[in-house]
Ligand binder design. Structure first.
Ligand code: UT7
Length: 320
């Protein structure tokens, strides 16, 4: 099971909201948001959609990878905010970018989604089914948060990140992943009901609900556990890892994870202050920024780790 990331891309909405902008909508403050979660700004889609951002990020990743769209065999989009229930965002991206030879589907694994997409690709590569894939995390969370709930609407942002991944003899890939549906209520967003002549009741559409403290505890326990399990499984020490690229939920989670692992925060790059929590898009957006800033060198071992709704989690070890 060997993979290489050949190229990355990202796409952020034009509109950028500061904490002061949000404080005009709900009773909050720049001071509260910065000190609790380390977020200063987030991008919010006005004219962009999940699909348009996914396709834009994909095109940039293909250019960086020097791979033609027709050579992509598989497209996976990780998202909980696709524009349509059907068709899948991945199918729409396939059409927009002209990846006519690709199979395309979406996965819903919330903030663990990009990891789970990458893990799925690794499994397909390992089985010898495909050799070149495009994976994308894309979200328009501004469309599902409750804009009257100050405990959640300040946290999230929109955006997309993409990576072109290829099978490589010289690569490295292993992962662990898991889910605990029993704790799923801690982070949920029911689908909007349609008028149904067979169903009684008056379900109203509701925004995203999160039990912040439950999710915080889950994150700071699960992330170190699964990273350490992955290291052990591969006979690696923490010193062998250049960076841990973990889901950008909030600064305090990242700091707590680093502390629990007795690792320097420098090994946990972060851009949550600029973009907020973009769920399944946060890891590929960060990866693209790191790639752009030449933070990664050939041979560097990195671990990507996503966690969140489901509850679900995944950690993936790769070599750059
Ligand atoms: O991808 C999924 C990732 N999930 C997360 O990142 C969530 C993890 N959870 C957290 O980071 C924290 O639980 C939060 C940042 C969401 C909340 O922090 P907290 O320390 O757990 O706050 P709390 O919910 O216990 O609320 C403390 C106080 C409350 O006021 P009272 O009852 O003490 O008067 C809240 O009403 O803070 C108040 N509060 C706010 N005040 C100003 C909640 N949200 C806000 C806000 N601005 N935006």
């Amino acid at each position: 099971m060997c993979v290489k990331i050949l190229g990355t891309g990202r796409s952020m909405p034009d509109k950028c909201l500061t904490n002061d902008d949000i404080a005009k909508i709900v009773d909050t403050s720049d001071e509260w948001i910065k000190s609790r979660v380390g977020i200063e700004t987030r991008h919010i889609a006005e004219n962009e959609t999940t699909t348009s951002m996914a396709a834009d990020a994909a095109k940039k990743a293909l250019i960086r990878a020097k791979v033609n769209a027709e050579d992509i065999e598989l497209i996976i989009v990780a998202s909980v905010t696709g524009d349509n229930a059907v068709p899948a965002t991945a199918c729409q991206v396939q059409d927009i970018i002209g990846a006519t030879n690709a199979m395309a589907f979406d996965i819903n694994s919330a903030c663990a989604g990009f990891d789970v997409a990458l893990n799925t690709v690794i499994a397909y590569f390992g089985a010898g089914i495909y050799k070149t894939a495009l994976i994308i995390g894309a979200e328009t969370l501004s469309g599902i948060v409750d804009w009257e709930d100050r405990s959640t609407c300040v946290l999230f942002g929109d955006g997309a990140g993409a990576a072109v991944v290829q099978y490589s003899e010289d690569g490295l890939a292993d992962f662990i992943q898991g889910a605990d549906g029993g704790r799923g209520a801690a982070l949920n967003k029911p689908n909007a009901p349609v008028k149904n002549p067979f169903k009684k009741g008056t379900d109203k559409e509701t925004g995203l609900y999160m039990d912040g403290q439950a999710v915080f505890k889950f994150a700071v326990k699960t992330v170190p556990q699964c990273i350490e399990e992955l290291l052990k499984k591969n006979n690696l020490e923490k010193d062998d890892i250049k960076y841990y690229i973990i889901h950008q939920a909030n600064k305090r989670i990242i700091q707590s994870v680093a502390k629990r692992m007795c690792e320097s925060e420098d090994k946990f790059p972060s851009n949550v202050s600029k973009y907020g929590n973009t769920s399944g898009a946060s890891i590929p957006i960060l990866l693209d920024e790191m790639n752009e800033n030449k933070m990664l060198n050939p041979g560097d071992k990195i671990i990507l780790c996503g966690f969140g709704g489901g509850l679900s989690w995944g950690a993936t070890l790769i070599k750059w």
